[in-house]
Structures are given as structure tokens and as C-alpha cells.
Write a protein that binds this ligand. Structure first.
Ligand code: FMN
Ligand code: SF4
Length: 563
């Protein structure tokens, strides 16, 4: 060992730095062996240091981890801290407004409402009201009395024999398989008590959805679980039999979900238990594949015709589409097809790119799919512009944890809001972000019966119910404060957004909100002219080169001095 002359620092030879942990274990073992000659009680020290020496030898000779080969024993500390990092962050470091995907403050509000505790806040907002993502609802000088009763919206037009009255807050699609049996039971029982709906997710209807009889929206994904032939294609007879079950209130055709749009999915055979296989109509233990695309239709026109057929087969129940907006011309093609056929779906659910999932490739979760705000505006404009808005209801999903989110969605054009992760919090999710591992510590996102033991259905169902009711009550208060009688009266100008430290804008001064029939009568007057022109009902592909059209329009606008 030598002293570094320039800086007076202790110079430790590289070999000691590298093998320090292992060398210390060797020295410890040597000392323990010497002690053992004096006293038999030193056996435990021999055992400990002996194990460490063996571990060091194993580390140096394994071939997978360079760090462990170079720094035996000590390198393991890194793994320990990596494991502890999420817990240290969440419980020690994380601030109230931090935490991704859902921040602590939002989680706390859900927990408090679910437990029936006071969710009031002392000493004023913790938000920075001058930051560029700040939003608020404009209140009135003349608030109204709170509206009475439950807040509901009628779904299902003239083609529906069995329309449904939906709550303004419902449980978004999450399959049995990604969630546990106890979680599904709690959600469904809570939905029954609160009179709102529980979306099955694409894993179809399990025995746990049926046990308590809460309203079900049956989601049909590209795997056609619960209504598929052996080759994975759609089985009309099986669909009809289940869709006519009185517990099923509406049918939702899933085109995509925000966390992994266009990706499809697979439940590995190892996770396809007897109960999951029973719900999905697939063999036990074989991989359960949801293709990225549907085989029942090939064009927007066929899609709308198929939706109409499902409505008929279900006995006249509302049928909707769920999607995360991707290429705009496809949304316009959907609207064009409904306009041309004079047949509509009864509702659409717009999911934001910020949506959740049990598991998704990071690139898809982070960078594929339009965020809710823009997707909702575009969908609303496609339906309003094509003159369909009074026949098609709109629902929105994307990080809704409280009444403000429902109000904001309503201001932009949503008739109701669905929440997935907020309801997961109500059944005990602690945001440990391990859903994809099957090791959910609270039994929410796992099939492990032992882990599910911690989730007591009766207790959690009550929380599901309470969260729904308290959130709806708060929504009523917001609506009344805005001087309105019902959330459907909220308009874009009621929602303001900060765009810089010294500028606020109403949402209708940030996004376009086109008027009824504008796409039919004068599409060129809207900023969607190119997308509308490119939308064709016989194919999801654009009908002409959108880029050429857009460039021509840009050059023309430049000529007029618009840009
Ligand atoms: C665990 C989990 C499973 C999900 N499974 C489905 C599914 O089967 N089908 C679907 O359309 N969406 C699924 N989603 C997406 C949600 O229904 C919802 O659209 C999205 O998470 C946005 O809502 P949130 O921000 O309130 O979570 C799932 C989400 C989660 C968190
Ligand atoms: S506790 Fe963790 S693993 Fe369980 S559902 Fe919540 S985020 Fe997923």
C-alpha cells in the first residue's frame, strides 16, 4: 500500500479493490478456523465465512454477470439495492406529486375515498398553479343546487331493444387472468352495490364475474375469448348464447388499448389455469393468443356491419368499440362508414396512450398511441362532424382517479369515464409495479391462491362501492359549482389549461371543436380535411397519399399567408 503523493489519497491496489470482499471473507474464515481450535462455539463463524468464500468462488466463476466475476460478493450489494430501490423511492424519497404512472396524491385520494375517510386537504393546493400542465374548471358566480340521485347516461339508439343506463364512472376493462379471482369478485360485487358496470376485459366472463351478478360489459377482443371456434375465429352461436345472458348489459369490441395499441398479447400456457380456460373457451395449459388484428372484419364498413350483427345476436343490447386513437384517417373512416351505412355503434370508448396494462413492451407503453386528450378531441370531432354524435355515446379512459378527471373528460365530449387503475387501488393495489411477474404482494394481479388470501372480497367490495359513490358525489359538487345541473352541460370553454406562466386558455382555444355535420357539408373548413378525404370505408388504409395532400394544402395555405 502506498500514499498518492499528488493528492495525499490512500492508493489501494486494483486487485484488492476488485477482490476485497472475497479476501475479507477468506481472512474471516481463517480467523474463524483458528478460533474453532479454541472453542466449538466458533462453528457459526466458520459457517458464515465459509459460505461467503463459497459464494465468492461461485461469483468469480459464473459466466453471466461481468460485475460479479470482477467484484465477487460485493457486486451483490448492487442487486440488493436494485431490489430495494422501488420501495425506498415509494416509501422514503417520493414526494406527494411524484410517482409514476400514478402520483402519490392521486393514489391517496382513491384510498381515502375507498375507505370512507375524509379526503379534504388542509392549507390549500399543493399543485403549482403556474406550471404549464395546470388545469381547472371554471366555476360560476351562481352555483346550482346539487343534482339529485345517481348520475347516468342512456346508451343505445333506435336499433337497441335493450338500451342501458350507464353510470358516469365505471370499471374499465381488466381480464380475469391479469387480475385475480378475488379482485374480480370484489370489483363485481362493488359494481353491483353501486349500480355501475364492470367491464370484463378481453379474457371474457369468468365464474367470478358471475358470482355476485353485477352489471357486465362483455369485451370481445381479437382472440374472441368466450365466443371462439377452435381455430380462434369468431363463433356466432357461442356469442349469442352468452350475450343474451341478462347480466351482460353491453358488448364492447376491443380494437386496441392505450398501453399497447396494435400489439396483441399472449397469456403463456403456464398461466392458463382450468378457471381461465373455462372463461376463455381455450384448452388448459396452452398459450392463449390475442392477435393484433380482428379476423371478423377487414374494413371500417365490415366492422360497423359486424357490430350491428352483434347487436342483433345479443337481442338488441348496445354495442361499442374501444380503441386508442392512432392514425386519424381511420377514426374518420369509422365515422364515414357509419354515416354511409346509416347504422352506428352505440358507443365508443377512447383509451389514452397513457393507459395501463398488466404487461406491455416499454416502447409501446411509452411511445405508441395517442394520449387521451387528443384522442378524445379527434373522436368527438369525427362523430360530431359526421352528424353522428346524438347516436353514439363517448366514454373516456386514461388515468382518471377523481371527479375532476370525469368533469374534464365531460367538458371535452365524453358522456362517461372508465377507470382501471383507480379501481385496482380500491381493491388493495399498492403501486408496487410487479403486475407482470405474478408476484403481486396484495393478491390483486396474480393467480397465486396464497397471495390472494390477503384480499378479502367483502371488505374490498365495500371500498369499490364507496370510491365510486364518493367520486360521483364530488362530481356533482363540481357541476353545481359551475352553475350547471348535469355533467353533460359541461363544455370545452369550462375547462382551462395553462400554456405558459402568464397565459391561460380555454380548451376550445387550444383544440378545434367542429360543429355538427361540418365534415359532411364543408370538410375543407376544418383542419381535418386531409384525413377525412383519405378515409375510405372499404379499407383501413388511406385512400390517397395523405402526405401529398397535406403538403399541397400547406403550400396553398402558405400562398395565402396563413403560415
Ligand atoms: C391490469 C390491467 C389489465 C387490463 N386489461 C385490459 C383488457 O383486457 N382489455 C382492455 O381493453 N383494456 C385493458 N386494460 C386497459 C384499461 O381498461 C384502461 O383502458 C386503461 O388502463 C386506462 O385506464 P386507467 O388509466 O384508469 O388505468 C387493462 C389495464 C390494466 C391496468
Ligand atoms: S400491488 Fe403492484 S403488482 Fe399488485 S396490482 Fe398493484 S402494481 Fe400490480
Amino acid at each position: 500500500m502506498a500514499i498518492d503523493n499528488d493528492f495525499g489519497r490512500l492508493h489501494i491496489p486494483a486487485i484488492v479493490k476488485r477482490l476485497g470482499g472475497f479476501l475479507l471473507a477468506c481472512v474471516g474464515l481463517l480467523v474463524a478456523l483458528i478460533c474453532l481450535t479454541a472453542s466449538v462455539h466458533a462453528w457459526w463463524a466458520v459457517a458464515i465465512f465459509g459460505s461467503l468464500v463459497l459464494l465468492g468462488l461461485w461469483d468469480m466463476n459464473q459466466r453471466h454477470h461481468a460485475l460479479m466475476r470482477n467484484y465477487p460478493i460485493i457486486a451483490r450489494a448492487r442487486w440488493v439495492f436494485e431490489e430495494l430501490r422501488p420501495y425506498l423511492r415509494q416509501y422514503v424519497v417520493e414526494g406527494d406529486l411524484e410517482g409514476r404512472p400514478i402520483d402519490r396524491d392521486s393514489r391517496s385520494v382513491v384510498y381515502a375515498r375507498a375507505k370512507g375517510q375524509e379526503s379534504a386537504m388542509a392549507f390549500g393546493t399543493r399543485l403549482n398553479v403556474y406550471s404549464s400542465d395546470y388545469e381547472f374548471i371554471t366555476h360560476s358566480m351562481a352555483p346550482r343546487p346539487h343534482c339529485e340521485g345517481d348520475l347516468r347516461v342512456d346508451v343505445g339508439g333506435a336499433d337497441c331493444k335493450l338500451p342501458y343506463s350507464a353510470s358516469l364512472l365505471n370499471i374499465s376493462a381488466m381480464s380475469f387472468g391479469s387480475l385475480s379471482a378475488n379482485a374480480i369478485e370484489s370489483l363485481n360485487l362493488g359494481a353491483k352495490r353501486g349500480n355501475f358496470y364492470h367491464d370484463t376485459g378481453e379474457g371474457s366472463i369468468s365464474r367470478y364475474h358471475r358470482k355476485h351478478g353485477g352489471d357486465i360489459v362483455w369485451e370481445i377482443g381479437s382472440g374472441y375469448f368466450g365466443c371462439r371456434n377452435r381455430d380462434g375465429s369468431f363463433d356466432e352461436g357461442a356469442f349469442q348464447a352468452t350475450a343474451q345472458d341478462p347480466q351482460v348489459k353491453m358488448i364492447e369490441i376491443k380494437l386496441s388499448q392505450g398501453a399497447k395499441p396494435g400489439h396483441g398479447g399472449m397469456l403463456p400456457g403456464a398461466k392458463v389455469t382450468e378457471e381461465i380456460a373455462e372463461a376463455r373457451g381455450v384448452p388448459v395449459g396452452t398459450d392463449c393468443i390475442s392477435p393484433a388484428f380482428h379476423s371478423a372484419f377487414n374494413s371500417p364498413r365490415e366492422m360497423i356491419e359486424w357490430a350491428a350483427k352483434l347487436r342483433e345476436l345479443s337481442g338488441g343490447k348496445p354495442v361499442g368499440l374501444k380503441f386508442c386513437v392512432g392514425q386519424p384517417h381511420e377514426v374518420f373512416a369509422m365515422a364515414k362508414a357509419m354515416h354511409e351505412l346509416d347504422t352506428t355503434v352505440d358507443f365508443v370508448v377512447v383509451d389514452g396512450g397513457e393507459g395501463g396494462t398488466g404487461a406491455a413492451p416499454q416502447e409501446f407503453a411509452d411511445h405508441v398511441g395517442m394520449p387521451l386528450r387528443e384522442g378524445l378531441v379527434l373522436t368527438r370531432n369525427a362523430l360530431v362532424g359526421a352528424g353522428l354524435r346524438d347516436r353514439v355515446r363517448i366514454a373516456a379512459a386514461g388515468k382518471a382517479t377523481g371527479a375532476f378527471h370525469i368533469a374534464a373528460n365531460a367538458a371535452i365530449g365524453a358522456d362517461w369515464t372508465n377507470a382501471a387503475r383507480a379501481f385496482m387501488f380500491t381493491v388493495g393495489c399498492i403501486h408496487s409495479l410487479k403486475c407482470h411477474t405474478g408476484e403481486c404482494p396484495v393478491g390483486v394481479a396474480t393467480q397465486d391462491k396464497l397471495r390472494q388470501r390477503g384480499l378479502v372480497v367483502e371488505d374490498k367490495a365495500q371500498r369499490v362501492h364507496r370510491f365510486h359513490d364518493h367520486t360521483i358525489e364530488t362530481l356533482k359538487e363540481i357541476v353545481a359549482a359551475a352553475g350547471l345541473d348535469h355533467p353533460s352541460e359541461l363544455e370545452p370553454h369550462h375547462l382551462h389549461h395553462r400554456i405558459s406562466p402568464n397565459e391561460l386558455r380555454a380548451i376550445d382555444r387550444i383544440y378545434p371543436f367542429i360543429t355538427c355535420d361540418q365534415l359532411i357539408e364543408d370538410p375543407g373548413a376544418t383542419r381535418y380535411a386531409d384525413w377525412w378525404a383519405a378515409a375510405q370505408t372499404d379499407s383501413f388504409r388511406p385512400h390517397r397519399d395523405i402526405q401529398v395532400d397535406r403538403e399541397a394544402r400547406y403550400q396553398e395555405a402558405r400562398g395565402r399567408g396563413v403560415f
